[in-house]
Ligand binder design. Structure first.
Ligand SMILES: NC(=O)c1ccc[n+]([C@@H]2O[C@H](COP(=O)([O-])OP(=O)(O)OC[C@H]3O[C@@H](n4cnc5c(N)ncnc54)[C@H](O)[C@@H]3O)[C@@H](O)[C@H]2O)c1
Length: 366
């Protein structure tokens, strides 16, 4: 989509979480469009890390900074003077959040407060997209998609920390960045984005199904599946990232119009309903591209994780013109192809990533 490139070229974009899985793809996409990216994160944790595989350290402004430190976050915002902010930094794992609830709430809740508060003194126009998750909704375990107006909630610490982020975004928007006061008391256009379970090359996190598949298959072992019946809205990582970029762009258009005011809000970026599949279906689809086996490791005493979860995406379609590009099969095929190239054929991760961004962008918005 050429409008995105025209829009982001030469923009200063503050990207938190730029060393993570989604953040590295986002940084690569932004850099490829000619944006000046100022990243704020911890050092990458996984080995390997997509951030290093893409050699992003040398191609953006890399700040290793804990977002739990409000003063340091404010210093970076002040010196970067961003045109756009994408806030992705978080502790994103459900099971880890049961082990480290304080760290999870501190990073996800207070970290978000620190980023938003730093923007109060910015004194220039800035579009801000805070990334939460489909798990921010109070999960009723019902077979209907969640709409943006559904109540926030969350059973485990991760999910509820993201529900809390949504409430914080809403509070900052009403208290400090009210759309009705734009251009008077502030110049911040603030929205939030809720995406489903993303898959794609370069995710090396522990405890996620696709990296687990790739690690075990490349070792010739069966894939351990701990929750085969849980359904998730699977989507390729480029799908929500395209949504975030589009949302950031739309937040800068026709500011003060009624349409713009309704865009200063929360958006779901999920897949088409046919991509709401079980973990088992995902694993079986992976095995079509990379033959192997899986074993059921369901544990009746496992910590609680959401069973049924899917998102309604009419709002993003209606107000932003966003819709998913790749279906379930293409998302998995692309993901397996990325790992296959990098792990098996020793191909360059940067090349594999760039090719997928180009292929995706050609279809995006059509
Ligand atoms: N991966 C998914 O399926 C998924 C689904 C929905 C929403 N999300 C959300 O997308 C965002 C990115 O997720 P991801 O999968 O790329 O996670 P990730 O773990 O790969 O990356 C997390 C990023 O946050 C940074 N970070 C963590 N704690 C920090 C701290 N205290 N200070 C500064 N930076 C810190 C890390 O350094 C890293 O850059 C998160 O907000 C997550 O909740 C992810």
């Amino acid at each position: 989509m050429s409008e995105l490139k025209t829009h982001y070229q030469d923009k200063t974009v503050l990207l938190t979480g730029h060393t993570g899985f989604k953040g590295s793809w986002m940084a690569e996409w932004l850099v490829s469009m000619g944006a000046r990216v100022v990243g704020v994160s911890l050092e990458p944790e996984s080995e390997p890390a997509l951030f290093d595989q893409l050699k992003l350290r040398d191609r953006l402004e890399h700040h290793v900074q804990d977002i739990r430190d409000a003063a340091k976050v404010a210093d970076i915002v002040k010196s970067a003077r961003p045109d756009v902010v994408f806030h992705l930094a978080a502790q994103p794992l459900v099971r880890y959040s049961y082990e480290r609830p304080i760290e999870t709430f501190d990073t996800n809740v207070m970290g978000t407060v620190h980023v938003l508060d730093a923007l109060r003194g910015l004194g220039k126009p800035c579009e801000v997209v805070v990334v939460t998750t489909d798990k921010c909704y109070e999960n009723l375990e019902v077979d209907r998609p969640y709409v943006e107006e559904d109540p926030m909630g969350g059973y485990d610490p991760y999910s509820s920390s993201k529900g809390a982020c949504e409430l914080i975004v809403s509070s900052y928007r009403r208290s400090f960045f009210h759309p009705d006061d734009f251009g008077k008391s502030h110049q911040i256009a603030l929205a939030s984005a809720r995406a489903g379970n993303v898959i794609g090359g370069g995710d090396w996190a522990l405890d996620r199904i696709v990296p687990d598949c790739m690690r075990t298959l490349s070792n010739g072992a069966p894939i351990p599946v701990r929750n085969p019946v849980a359904t998730r809205p699977w989507q390729h990582v480029l799908e929500p990232l395209g949504g975030y970029l589009l949302l950031g762009m739309k937040l800068s258009e026709d500011q003060t119009s009624e349409r713009w005011k309704s865009i200063c809000s929360g958006f779901n970026f999920g897949p088409d309903p046919e991509s709401n599949r079980s973990v088992r279906a995902l694993v079986e689809e992976v095995l079509k591209s990379w033959p192997g086996e899986w074993i059921d490791q369901s544990d009746p005493n496992a910590l609680h994780e959401a069973g049924l979860l899917n998102l309604a995406i009419e709002k993003a379609n209606r107000l932003l013109g966003w819709r998913p590009v790749w279906n379930f099969e293409s998302a998995i095929e692309g993901t397996v192809a990325w790992y296959n190239a990098v792990l098996d054929k020793n191909a360059d991760a940067l090349d594999a990533t760039r090719k997928q961004i180009t292929a995706y962008t050609e279809l995006f918005g059509k």
